[in-house]
Design a protein around this ligand. Structure first.
Ligand code: 5AD
Ligand code: SF4
Length: 480
Protein backbone atom coordinates (compact mmCIF):
# COMPACT_ATOMS: atom_id res chain seq x y z
CA UNK A 1 0.00 0.00 0.00
CA UNK A 2 1.33 3.45 -0.97
CA UNK A 3 -0.47 6.31 0.76
CA UNK A 4 -0.34 9.97 -0.32
CA UNK A 5 1.64 12.42 1.77
CA UNK A 6 1.20 16.17 1.43
CA UNK A 7 4.61 17.10 2.80
CA UNK A 8 6.29 14.79 0.31
CA UNK A 9 4.10 16.16 -2.48
CA UNK A 10 5.17 19.70 -1.64
CA UNK A 11 8.88 18.99 -2.03
CA UNK A 12 10.64 19.96 -5.21
CA UNK A 13 13.88 18.18 -6.08
CA UNK A 14 16.49 18.72 -8.76
CA UNK A 15 16.45 15.11 -9.73
CA UNK A 16 16.56 14.71 -13.49
CA UNK A 17 13.26 13.66 -15.01
CA UNK A 18 13.80 10.63 -17.21
CA UNK A 19 11.85 9.99 -20.37
CA UNK A 20 10.75 6.39 -20.47
CA UNK A 21 9.48 4.88 -23.70
CA UNK A 22 8.81 1.38 -22.44
CA UNK A 23 7.57 1.72 -18.85
CA UNK A 24 3.98 0.88 -19.75
CA UNK A 25 3.60 -2.84 -20.40
CA UNK A 26 0.74 -5.24 -20.13
CA UNK A 27 2.24 -8.59 -19.26
CA UNK A 28 0.89 -11.60 -21.12
CA UNK A 29 -0.90 -12.95 -18.08
CA UNK A 30 -2.82 -9.66 -17.73
CA UNK A 31 -3.87 -9.25 -21.35
CA UNK A 32 -7.13 -11.12 -20.94
CA UNK A 33 -8.00 -9.78 -17.51
CA UNK A 34 -10.93 -7.83 -18.95
CA UNK A 35 -12.25 -10.44 -21.35
CA UNK A 36 -16.08 -10.38 -21.30
CA UNK A 37 -15.96 -7.59 -18.75
CA UNK A 38 -17.21 -4.02 -19.07
CA UNK A 39 -15.83 -0.83 -17.58
CA UNK A 40 -17.56 2.45 -16.78
CA UNK A 41 -15.52 5.57 -16.06
CA UNK A 42 -16.80 8.92 -14.83
CA UNK A 43 -14.58 11.97 -15.18
CA UNK A 44 -14.69 15.11 -13.02
CA UNK A 45 -12.66 18.30 -13.47
CA UNK A 46 -10.42 19.77 -16.09
CA UNK A 47 -9.17 18.83 -19.55
CA UNK A 48 -6.09 17.22 -18.00
CA UNK A 49 -8.38 14.75 -16.28
CA UNK A 50 -10.41 14.18 -19.44
CA UNK A 51 -7.21 13.34 -21.26
CA UNK A 52 -6.08 11.02 -18.44
CA UNK A 53 -9.40 9.23 -18.87
CA UNK A 54 -8.57 8.74 -22.56
CA UNK A 55 -5.35 7.04 -21.43
CA UNK A 56 -7.11 4.91 -18.82
CA UNK A 57 -9.69 3.74 -21.39
CA UNK A 58 -6.94 2.65 -23.79
CA UNK A 59 -5.11 0.78 -21.01
CA UNK A 60 -8.31 -1.05 -20.04
CA UNK A 61 -8.99 -1.92 -23.67
CA UNK A 62 -5.45 -3.31 -23.95
CA UNK A 63 -6.65 -5.78 -21.33
CA UNK A 64 -9.79 -6.48 -23.39
CA UNK A 65 -12.27 -4.66 -21.17
CA UNK A 66 -15.03 -3.03 -23.25
CA UNK A 67 -16.61 0.32 -22.47
CA UNK A 68 -20.10 0.62 -21.01
CA UNK A 69 -21.92 3.92 -20.84
CA UNK A 70 -24.22 2.45 -18.22
CA UNK A 71 -22.76 2.14 -14.72
CA UNK A 72 -25.29 -0.48 -13.68
CA UNK A 73 -23.93 -2.88 -16.31
CA UNK A 74 -20.26 -2.48 -15.55
CA UNK A 75 -17.88 -4.96 -13.92
CA UNK A 76 -15.37 -2.21 -13.23
CA UNK A 77 -16.33 1.32 -12.15
CA UNK A 78 -13.72 4.07 -11.99
CA UNK A 79 -14.14 7.64 -10.77
CA UNK A 80 -11.47 9.96 -12.16
CA UNK A 81 -11.73 12.78 -9.66
CA UNK A 82 -10.98 16.49 -9.25
CA UNK A 83 -9.68 18.09 -6.06
CA UNK A 84 -9.86 21.73 -6.96
CA UNK A 85 -12.94 22.74 -4.98
CA UNK A 86 -15.10 21.35 -2.22
CA UNK A 87 -18.13 20.81 -4.49
CA UNK A 88 -16.17 18.52 -6.86
CA UNK A 89 -15.11 16.58 -3.76
CA UNK A 90 -18.70 16.34 -2.45
CA UNK A 91 -20.03 15.16 -5.80
CA UNK A 92 -17.58 12.27 -5.76
CA UNK A 93 -18.51 11.20 -2.24
CA UNK A 94 -22.20 11.39 -3.25
CA UNK A 95 -21.42 9.09 -6.17
CA UNK A 96 -19.52 6.69 -3.91
CA UNK A 97 -22.71 6.39 -1.83
CA UNK A 98 -24.70 5.43 -4.93
CA UNK A 99 -22.13 2.89 -6.03
CA UNK A 100 -22.19 1.29 -2.57
CA UNK A 101 -25.80 0.24 -3.16
CA UNK A 102 -24.76 -1.32 -6.45
CA UNK A 103 -21.84 -3.14 -4.85
CA UNK A 104 -24.15 -4.58 -2.21
CA UNK A 105 -26.23 -6.12 -5.00
CA UNK A 106 -23.22 -7.13 -7.12
CA UNK A 107 -20.30 -7.73 -4.73
CA UNK A 108 -17.96 -8.85 -7.52
CA UNK A 109 -17.76 -5.49 -9.24
CA UNK A 110 -14.46 -3.67 -8.85
CA UNK A 111 -14.75 -0.03 -7.79
CA UNK A 112 -11.87 2.41 -8.00
CA UNK A 113 -11.07 6.05 -7.35
CA UNK A 114 -8.28 7.81 -9.21
CA UNK A 115 -7.25 11.33 -10.25
CA UNK A 116 -6.48 14.34 -8.09
CA UNK A 117 -8.55 13.38 -5.04
CA UNK A 118 -6.58 10.15 -4.77
CA UNK A 119 -3.49 12.32 -4.18
CA UNK A 120 -5.06 13.95 -1.11
CA UNK A 121 -4.23 12.56 2.31
CA UNK A 122 -7.59 13.60 3.78
CA UNK A 123 -9.50 11.80 1.04
CA UNK A 124 -7.60 8.55 1.31
CA UNK A 125 -7.96 8.64 5.10
CA UNK A 126 -11.71 9.08 4.69
CA UNK A 127 -11.90 6.20 2.22
CA UNK A 128 -9.88 3.89 4.43
CA UNK A 129 -11.96 4.70 7.49
CA UNK A 130 -15.46 5.01 6.02
CA UNK A 131 -15.52 3.45 2.56
CA UNK A 132 -12.99 0.66 2.65
CA UNK A 133 -15.25 -1.52 0.53
CA UNK A 134 -13.70 0.28 -2.46
CA UNK A 135 -11.25 -1.97 -4.30
CA UNK A 136 -8.63 0.41 -5.65
CA UNK A 137 -7.30 3.92 -5.20
CA UNK A 138 -4.55 5.04 -7.55
CA UNK A 139 -2.95 8.42 -8.09
CA UNK A 140 -2.17 10.64 -11.06
CA UNK A 141 1.42 9.37 -11.16
CA UNK A 142 0.40 5.71 -11.20
CA UNK A 143 -1.85 5.49 -14.27
CA UNK A 144 0.67 3.58 -16.39
CA UNK A 145 0.75 0.84 -13.74
CA UNK A 146 -3.01 0.26 -13.83
CA UNK A 147 -2.80 -3.32 -15.21
CA UNK A 148 -0.78 -4.46 -12.17
CA UNK A 149 -2.92 -2.51 -9.72
CA UNK A 150 -6.06 -4.13 -11.16
CA UNK A 151 -4.57 -7.57 -11.00
CA UNK A 152 -3.74 -7.16 -7.32
CA UNK A 153 -7.25 -5.85 -6.63
CA UNK A 154 -8.85 -8.77 -8.44
CA UNK A 155 -6.77 -11.28 -6.51
CA UNK A 156 -7.05 -9.63 -3.12
CA UNK A 157 -10.12 -8.93 -1.11
CA UNK A 158 -8.45 -5.93 0.54
CA UNK A 159 -8.50 -2.37 -0.75
CA UNK A 160 -5.44 -1.64 -2.91
CA UNK A 161 -4.04 1.89 -2.54
CA UNK A 162 -1.27 2.93 -4.93
CA UNK A 163 -0.58 6.64 -4.68
CA UNK A 164 2.91 8.02 -5.23
CA UNK A 165 3.32 11.46 -3.70
CA UNK A 166 6.50 12.22 -5.55
CA UNK A 167 5.98 12.44 -9.28
CA UNK A 168 7.95 9.99 -11.30
CA UNK A 169 9.41 10.16 -14.79
CA UNK A 170 7.68 11.00 -18.02
CA UNK A 171 6.18 7.88 -19.53
CA UNK A 172 5.95 8.25 -23.29
CA UNK A 173 4.28 5.01 -24.30
CA UNK A 174 0.90 5.19 -22.55
CA UNK A 175 -1.81 4.37 -25.11
CA UNK A 176 -4.76 6.68 -25.75
CA UNK A 177 -8.35 6.19 -26.89
CA UNK A 178 -9.42 9.64 -27.99
CA UNK A 179 -13.03 10.79 -27.59
CA UNK A 180 -12.97 12.74 -30.84
CA UNK A 181 -11.71 11.88 -34.32
CA UNK A 182 -11.16 15.53 -35.17
CA UNK A 183 -9.73 17.30 -32.14
CA UNK A 184 -7.17 15.97 -29.72
CA UNK A 185 -5.63 16.88 -26.39
CA UNK A 186 -1.83 16.82 -26.40
CA UNK A 187 -0.03 17.02 -23.06
CA UNK A 188 2.97 19.27 -23.25
CA UNK A 189 3.82 19.27 -19.56
CA UNK A 190 2.79 17.77 -16.28
CA UNK A 191 2.56 19.35 -12.83
CA UNK A 192 3.00 22.93 -11.71
CA UNK A 193 5.57 24.84 -9.64
CA UNK A 194 3.65 28.08 -9.21
CA UNK A 195 2.14 27.27 -5.79
CA UNK A 196 -0.62 29.89 -5.88
CA UNK A 197 -1.70 29.91 -2.25
CA UNK A 198 -5.25 28.60 -2.87
CA UNK A 199 -4.39 25.82 -5.29
CA UNK A 200 -4.02 22.10 -4.61
CA UNK A 201 -2.70 21.23 -8.08
CA UNK A 202 1.05 21.55 -7.32
CA UNK A 203 0.46 18.86 -4.66
CA UNK A 204 -1.81 16.56 -6.67
CA UNK A 205 0.07 16.83 -9.96
CA UNK A 206 3.64 17.23 -8.70
CA UNK A 207 6.57 19.24 -9.95
CA UNK A 208 6.62 20.76 -13.40
CA UNK A 209 7.88 18.33 -16.02
CA UNK A 210 7.87 19.38 -19.69
CA UNK A 211 7.73 16.76 -22.40
CA UNK A 212 10.63 16.82 -24.84
CA UNK A 213 9.64 18.84 -27.95
CA UNK A 214 10.26 16.01 -30.41
CA UNK A 215 7.70 13.75 -28.70
CA UNK A 216 5.09 16.52 -28.86
CA UNK A 217 5.78 17.35 -32.50
CA UNK A 218 5.72 13.67 -33.46
CA UNK A 219 2.40 13.21 -31.68
CA UNK A 220 0.94 16.15 -33.63
CA UNK A 221 2.31 14.82 -36.95
CA UNK A 222 0.79 11.43 -36.20
CA UNK A 223 -2.56 13.08 -35.43
CA UNK A 224 -2.46 14.91 -38.78
CA UNK A 225 -1.92 11.56 -40.53
CA UNK A 226 -4.96 10.20 -38.71
CA UNK A 227 -7.07 13.11 -40.00
CA UNK A 228 -7.17 15.30 -36.90
CA UNK A 229 -7.90 18.97 -37.53
CA UNK A 230 -7.26 20.48 -34.12
CA UNK A 231 -4.90 19.99 -31.19
CA UNK A 232 -5.11 21.58 -27.76
CA UNK A 233 -1.73 21.76 -26.04
CA UNK A 234 -2.36 20.94 -22.40
CA UNK A 235 -0.64 21.90 -19.20
CA UNK A 236 -1.47 23.51 -15.86
CA UNK A 237 0.65 26.49 -16.79
CA UNK A 238 1.62 26.16 -20.45
CA UNK A 239 3.60 29.38 -20.71
CA UNK A 240 6.19 27.96 -18.35
CA UNK A 241 6.76 25.11 -20.82
CA UNK A 242 10.43 24.28 -21.28
CA UNK A 243 11.75 26.10 -18.23
CA UNK A 244 12.62 22.79 -16.63
CA UNK A 245 14.32 21.38 -19.74
CA UNK A 246 18.10 21.52 -20.21
CA UNK A 247 17.68 23.13 -23.61
CA UNK A 248 16.90 26.70 -24.59
CA UNK A 249 13.40 26.00 -25.85
CA UNK A 250 10.31 27.77 -24.55
CA UNK A 251 6.56 27.88 -25.21
CA UNK A 252 7.03 30.30 -28.12
CA UNK A 253 9.42 27.84 -29.80
CA UNK A 254 7.02 24.97 -29.26
CA UNK A 255 4.05 26.96 -30.58
CA UNK A 256 6.03 27.85 -33.70
CA UNK A 257 7.15 24.27 -34.31
CA UNK A 258 3.63 22.93 -33.81
CA UNK A 259 2.32 25.63 -36.19
CA UNK A 260 4.85 24.51 -38.80
CA UNK A 261 3.41 20.98 -38.81
CA UNK A 262 0.45 22.65 -40.58
CA UNK A 263 -2.17 21.10 -38.34
CA UNK A 264 -5.21 23.24 -39.09
CA UNK A 265 -5.98 24.47 -35.58
CA UNK A 266 -3.85 24.88 -32.47
CA UNK A 267 -5.14 25.86 -29.06
CA UNK A 268 -3.38 25.87 -25.72
CA UNK A 269 -4.58 25.92 -22.10
CA UNK A 270 -4.01 27.17 -19.44
CA UNK A 271 -1.93 30.32 -19.52
CA UNK A 272 -0.61 32.18 -16.50
CA UNK A 273 -0.25 35.94 -17.01
CA UNK A 274 3.23 35.79 -15.41
CA UNK A 275 4.92 33.82 -18.19
CA UNK A 276 3.03 35.25 -21.15
CA UNK A 277 5.82 36.84 -23.24
CA UNK A 278 5.79 39.34 -26.11
CA UNK A 279 7.40 36.68 -28.26
CA UNK A 280 4.46 34.37 -27.61
CA UNK A 281 2.05 37.08 -28.71
CA UNK A 282 4.12 37.63 -31.86
CA UNK A 283 4.05 33.92 -32.72
CA UNK A 284 0.29 33.68 -32.19
CA UNK A 285 -0.11 36.64 -34.55
CA UNK A 286 2.27 35.20 -37.14
CA UNK A 287 0.60 31.82 -37.64
CA UNK A 288 -2.97 31.53 -38.90
CA UNK A 289 -3.29 28.04 -37.49
CA UNK A 290 -2.75 29.23 -33.91
CA UNK A 291 -6.29 30.09 -32.84
CA UNK A 292 -7.06 33.62 -31.63
CA UNK A 293 -8.38 32.39 -28.31
CA UNK A 294 -6.63 32.89 -24.99
CA UNK A 295 -7.73 31.73 -21.57
CA UNK A 296 -6.01 34.10 -19.18
CA UNK A 297 -7.02 33.54 -15.54
CA UNK A 298 -7.31 36.80 -13.61
CA UNK A 299 -8.37 35.32 -10.22
CA UNK A 300 -8.73 38.79 -8.67
CA UNK A 301 -8.54 42.40 -9.80
CA UNK A 302 -7.12 43.59 -6.48
CA UNK A 303 -3.33 43.78 -6.31
CA UNK A 304 -3.55 43.19 -2.55
CA UNK A 305 -5.48 39.94 -3.02
CA UNK A 306 -3.28 38.89 -5.94
CA UNK A 307 -0.30 39.21 -3.60
CA UNK A 308 -2.03 37.07 -0.97
CA UNK A 309 -2.78 34.56 -3.71
CA UNK A 310 0.89 34.49 -4.73
CA UNK A 311 0.02 35.31 -8.33
CA UNK A 312 3.14 37.42 -9.11
CA UNK A 313 1.31 40.10 -11.10
CA UNK A 314 -0.73 43.17 -10.21
CA UNK A 315 -3.97 44.62 -11.50
CA UNK A 316 -1.93 47.03 -13.63
CA UNK A 317 0.39 44.41 -15.16
CA UNK A 318 -2.57 42.16 -15.97
CA UNK A 319 -4.34 45.04 -17.73
CA UNK A 320 -1.13 45.89 -19.58
CA UNK A 321 -0.79 42.30 -20.82
CA UNK A 322 -4.46 42.25 -21.82
CA UNK A 323 -3.99 45.47 -23.78
CA UNK A 324 -0.91 44.11 -25.56
CA UNK A 325 -2.73 40.93 -26.59
CA UNK A 326 -5.77 42.83 -27.87
CA UNK A 327 -3.58 45.31 -29.72
CA UNK A 328 -1.73 42.53 -31.53
CA UNK A 329 -4.80 40.30 -31.95
CA UNK A 330 -7.88 42.53 -32.05
CA UNK A 331 -10.08 39.69 -33.30
CA UNK A 332 -9.08 37.36 -30.45
CA UNK A 333 -11.41 36.21 -27.70
CA UNK A 334 -10.12 36.25 -24.16
CA UNK A 335 -11.71 34.30 -21.32
CA UNK A 336 -10.77 34.12 -17.67
CA UNK A 337 -11.17 32.50 -14.24
CA UNK A 338 -12.09 34.55 -11.18
CA UNK A 339 -12.27 33.61 -7.50
CA UNK A 340 -14.44 35.66 -5.13
CA UNK A 341 -14.37 35.64 -1.37
CA UNK A 342 -10.66 34.95 -0.94
CA UNK A 343 -9.71 35.53 2.73
CA UNK A 344 -9.45 39.27 3.48
CA UNK A 345 -11.19 40.33 0.25
CA UNK A 346 -12.96 43.57 1.15
CA UNK A 347 -15.78 45.21 -0.79
CA UNK A 348 -13.16 47.58 -2.26
CA UNK A 349 -11.02 44.64 -3.37
CA UNK A 350 -14.04 43.03 -4.99
CA UNK A 351 -14.84 46.27 -6.78
CA UNK A 352 -11.31 46.22 -8.22
CA UNK A 353 -12.22 42.85 -9.74
CA UNK A 354 -15.42 44.30 -11.20
CA UNK A 355 -13.35 47.17 -12.55
CA UNK A 356 -11.00 44.81 -14.43
CA UNK A 357 -14.01 42.93 -15.82
CA UNK A 358 -15.46 46.26 -17.03
CA UNK A 359 -12.18 47.19 -18.68
CA UNK A 360 -11.52 43.80 -20.30
CA UNK A 361 -15.09 42.84 -21.22
CA UNK A 362 -14.14 39.16 -21.25
CA UNK A 363 -15.76 36.87 -23.80
CA UNK A 364 -16.66 34.62 -20.90
CA UNK A 365 -15.43 33.64 -17.47
CA UNK A 366 -15.50 30.77 -15.03
CA UNK A 367 -16.26 32.22 -11.62
CA UNK A 368 -15.84 30.49 -8.28
CA UNK A 369 -16.26 31.06 -4.58
CA UNK A 370 -12.98 30.47 -2.75
CA UNK A 371 -12.82 26.92 -1.43
CA UNK A 372 -10.17 26.17 1.21
CA UNK A 373 -8.10 23.11 0.29
CA UNK A 374 -6.40 21.29 3.14
CA UNK A 375 -2.61 21.70 2.99
CA UNK A 376 -2.57 24.93 0.97
CA UNK A 377 -1.44 28.21 2.63
CA UNK A 378 -4.78 29.95 1.92
CA UNK A 379 -6.66 27.30 3.88
CA UNK A 380 -4.82 28.53 6.98
CA UNK A 381 -5.67 32.21 6.38
CA UNK A 382 -8.53 33.44 8.48
CA UNK A 383 -11.59 33.26 6.24
CA UNK A 384 -13.41 36.37 7.41
CA UNK A 385 -16.12 36.72 4.77
CA UNK A 386 -19.57 35.24 5.32
CA UNK A 387 -20.98 32.77 2.82
CA UNK A 388 -23.84 35.17 2.25
CA UNK A 389 -21.41 37.92 1.25
CA UNK A 390 -19.49 35.54 -1.02
CA UNK A 391 -22.68 34.44 -2.75
CA UNK A 392 -23.77 38.01 -3.20
CA UNK A 393 -20.41 38.94 -4.76
CA UNK A 394 -20.55 35.93 -7.06
CA UNK A 395 -24.00 36.96 -8.27
CA UNK A 396 -22.95 40.54 -8.94
CA UNK A 397 -19.88 39.31 -10.78
CA UNK A 398 -21.82 36.80 -12.86
CA UNK A 399 -24.32 39.43 -13.89
CA UNK A 400 -21.55 41.58 -15.30
CA UNK A 401 -19.78 38.63 -16.91
CA UNK A 402 -22.99 37.50 -18.63
CA UNK A 403 -23.66 40.99 -19.91
CA UNK A 404 -20.22 41.16 -21.56
CA UNK A 405 -20.47 37.58 -22.87
CA UNK A 406 -23.67 38.49 -24.63
CA UNK A 407 -22.17 41.72 -25.98
CA UNK A 408 -19.12 39.81 -27.26
CA UNK A 409 -21.37 37.27 -28.96
CA UNK A 410 -23.60 39.95 -30.49
CA UNK A 411 -20.65 41.18 -32.55
CA UNK A 412 -20.89 37.90 -34.46
CA UNK A 413 -24.45 38.37 -35.69
CA UNK A 414 -24.57 38.23 -39.50
CA UNK A 415 -20.82 37.52 -39.77
CA UNK A 416 -19.29 34.49 -41.47
CA UNK A 417 -16.84 32.56 -39.33
CA UNK A 418 -14.95 29.25 -39.60
CA UNK A 419 -16.31 26.38 -37.51
CA UNK A 420 -14.91 22.89 -37.04
CA UNK A 421 -18.00 20.68 -37.10
CA UNK A 422 -17.59 18.11 -34.34
CA UNK A 423 -20.85 16.18 -34.45
CA UNK A 424 -24.51 16.42 -33.55
CA UNK A 425 -25.76 19.07 -31.17
CA UNK A 426 -26.51 17.73 -27.70
CA UNK A 427 -29.71 19.75 -27.38
CA UNK A 428 -31.10 19.15 -30.84
CA UNK A 429 -30.10 15.98 -32.66
CA UNK A 430 -31.17 17.42 -36.00
CA UNK A 431 -28.47 20.04 -35.72
CA UNK A 432 -24.70 19.94 -35.92
CA UNK A 433 -22.36 21.67 -33.48
CA UNK A 434 -18.85 23.00 -33.49
CA UNK A 435 -16.60 25.80 -32.30
CA UNK A 436 -15.41 28.94 -34.06
CA UNK A 437 -11.69 29.76 -34.17
CA UNK A 438 -12.41 32.01 -31.18
CA UNK A 439 -13.99 29.10 -29.25
CA UNK A 440 -17.64 30.10 -29.54
CA UNK A 441 -20.12 27.24 -29.57
CA UNK A 442 -22.30 27.25 -32.69
CA UNK A 443 -25.32 25.05 -33.48
CA UNK A 444 -25.79 24.65 -37.19
CA UNK A 445 -28.22 23.27 -39.70
CA UNK A 446 -26.19 21.05 -42.00
CA UNK A 447 -25.69 17.46 -43.00
CA UNK A 448 -23.60 14.73 -41.48
CA UNK A 449 -21.06 14.72 -44.33
CA UNK A 450 -19.81 17.99 -42.93
CA UNK A 451 -18.80 16.46 -39.59
CA UNK A 452 -15.03 16.71 -39.20
CA UNK A 453 -14.69 19.63 -41.60
CA UNK A 454 -13.92 23.27 -41.05
CA UNK A 455 -16.71 25.16 -42.79
CA UNK A 456 -17.82 28.78 -43.11
CA UNK A 457 -20.86 29.51 -41.02
CA UNK A 458 -23.08 32.57 -41.10
CA UNK A 459 -24.23 33.46 -37.59
CA UNK A 460 -27.99 33.92 -37.59
CA UNK A 461 -28.92 34.10 -33.91
CA UNK A 462 -27.18 34.92 -30.64
CA UNK A 463 -27.95 33.21 -27.35
CA UNK A 464 -26.18 33.76 -24.04
CA UNK A 465 -24.08 30.58 -24.12
CA UNK A 466 -24.13 29.70 -27.82
CA UNK A 467 -25.02 30.90 -31.30
CA UNK A 468 -27.02 29.49 -34.19
CA UNK A 469 -25.75 29.55 -37.73
CA UNK A 470 -25.99 28.18 -41.24
CA UNK A 471 -23.28 26.89 -43.52
CA UNK A 472 -22.43 29.21 -46.42
CA UNK A 473 -20.26 28.74 -49.47
CA UNK A 474 -18.20 31.90 -49.53
CA UNK A 475 -14.55 30.99 -49.32
CA UNK A 476 -13.50 34.00 -47.30
CA UNK A 477 -14.82 34.72 -43.87
CA UNK A 478 -15.36 38.21 -42.56
CA UNK A 479 -13.28 38.91 -39.51
CA UNK A 480 -14.86 40.86 -36.76
N1 5AD B 1 -11.10 27.75 -4.62
C1 5AD B 1 -11.83 28.28 -5.63
N2 5AD B 1 -11.42 28.24 -6.91
C2 5AD B 1 -10.23 27.67 -7.18
N3 5AD B 1 -9.56 27.50 -8.34
C3 5AD B 1 -8.41 26.85 -8.08
N4 5AD B 1 -8.32 26.60 -6.76
C4 5AD B 1 -9.44 27.10 -6.18
C5 5AD B 1 -9.90 27.16 -4.84
N5 5AD B 1 -9.20 26.66 -3.83
C6 5AD B 1 -10.05 27.99 -9.62
C7 5AD B 1 -9.07 29.00 -10.22
C8 5AD B 1 -8.45 28.22 -11.35
C9 5AD B 1 -9.58 27.32 -11.76
C10 5AD B 1 -9.16 26.12 -12.54
O1 5AD B 1 -10.17 26.93 -10.53
O2 5AD B 1 -9.80 30.10 -10.71
O3 5AD B 1 -8.00 29.05 -12.39
FE1 SF4 C 1 -7.75 19.14 -13.07
FE2 SF4 C 1 -6.88 20.56 -11.08
FE3 SF4 C 1 -9.20 19.38 -10.87
FE4 SF4 C 1 -6.95 17.97 -10.85
S1 SF4 C 1 -7.58 19.45 -9.34
S2 SF4 C 1 -8.76 17.53 -12.03
S3 SF4 C 1 -5.68 19.10 -12.25
S4 SF4 C 1 -8.71 21.01 -12.26
Amino acid sequence: MNLPNLLEAKKRNNQEVLVKTNAYIVENNLKNLGLNKKYYIKTYGCQMNEHDTENIKAILEDMHFTESTDMENADLILLNTCAIRENAHNKVFGMIGRIKNLKEKKPNIIVGLCGCMAQEEVVVEEILSKHNWLDIVFGTHNIYNLPNILKKAMNNKKIEVEVLSCEGDIIENIPVKRDSKYKAWVNIMYGCDKFCTYCIVPYTRGKQRSRQPEYIINEVKELIKQGYKEVTLLGQNVNAYGKDLNIDYKMENLLEDVAKTNIERIRFVTSHPWDFTDNMIAIIKKYDNIMPYIHLPLQSGSSKILKLMGRRYTKETYLELYRKIKEALPYSSITTDIIVGFPNETEDDFEETLDVVKQCKFDSAYTFIFSPRVGTPAAKMQDNISLEEKNERLQRLNQLINQYSKEANEKYLGKIVPVLIEGYSEKDNNKLMGYTDTMKLVNITGNKDQIGQIVNVKITEIKTWSMDGEIVNETDYVSI
